[in-house]
Design a protein around this ligand. Sequence first.
Ligand code: HAM
Length: 417
Amino acid sequence: MIQLIRGFKDILPEEIAVWQHIEKTARSLFADFGFKEIRLPILEHSELFKRSIGEDTDIVEKEMYTFSDGKRGMITLRPEATASVVRSYIQHKMYAKDPVQKLYTIGPMFRRERPQKGRYRQFYQIDAEVFGVNSPFIDAQIIFMLVTFFNRLSITDLETHINSLGCPECRPRFQKRLLGLITSVKSELCIDCEKRSTKNPLRVLDCKVPTCKKAMEDAPSILDFLCKDCDNHFEKVKALLDKRQVSFVVDKQLVRGLDYYTRTAFEIQTSLLGAQNAVAGGGRYDGLVKTLGGPAQPAIGFAIGFDRLVEIAGINKEDFISKPDIFIAALGEKCIDTAFEWVCTLNIKGVKCEMDFSGKSLKSLMKKADKLNAKHVLIVGEDELETRTVTLRNMSTKKQVSIETDSLVESIQEVLK
Ligand code: HAM
């Protein structure tokens, strides 16, 4: 039997209601905050991700699904959405209409990571991006929106971590100092960090290998190296979050795994998922629109790990399972014919109505109604058709009502009101 590819998964019908509930919650909240949906392709030119996420990141170095598109060059299954949203903002000159654009997108992303709990090779993100706003107010607003989203889903075991990654003016000073420390502890670092130390020293701060963590314990804080503008920006973001009573921790180790970030970076972390503790992450990326060939417009955004969210949401699946309002137990060919007409009419009138076409006995039809958790059962036999009266039984109260077949649809609608 052909099985799923490792790291990929099916989202089964009994799980889908939870996904839909979360998606609905996001769509409604984001719309209230002025976001519009954008839908983007899952394949892009590989160059887009190399230039945005960064050549020396784990994602680009080893996790992308990249393949040849013949003469058109190399293409990649998107490992994240931000680069595509930026590409679209530039390509469609959205900035010309209004540089300020608030966009969100929901869909699958692909990274060839080692699969484990909370980590898949195809996973879903709920992604939101804001273009054209420099002010720290927007940083605070989207963190506030993100935290509100988790509150609406009643997820409480969460911590908001924030940091500032500075800008091209102040970050090199920090990197230089960091490199000094890294050189002195090089022998204690893992092979990946040894490689990272020259190409991307910031990433060493983020390494989860215990020996690297220990070696970097006394690492300087980037916050001590921020220029005046970056420092003021970060102070204002923190003050605004305090004012809105959003609790957060300042986390000097938080560097994020993608290269485009500047200034504010944040992650929503949980203890419920073991090693994969980030349920959402994001930050400012003020230089990316320009890097990808657009005008110099600032931007900020985040992505929520949809799969991880479903795992910690603790939403009772039972609450979402759709039960038929009516199950029609039709006995014999003639009754099935008539019941089929009723089912079709009830379905288009918005009544969840089901039946079985196989001509089973009353006993097995009642079993089926129970299995489906039908709220009511309508029993139709030859006698009922003859007398033009059928019985509708409420399966939880066991109360029965007689219904004239001539006005069946209207009567059922009345009972279900
Ligand atoms: P990211 O931190 O790489 O950021 O991913 C965001 C979230 O996606 C993570 O916090 C995690 O919940 C989820 N995620 C990532 N990889 C996996 C995986 N293999 N399996 C399951 N879930 C995963 C970004 O992607 C940025 N584009 C976020 C952003 C938007 N920054 C600015 N705008």
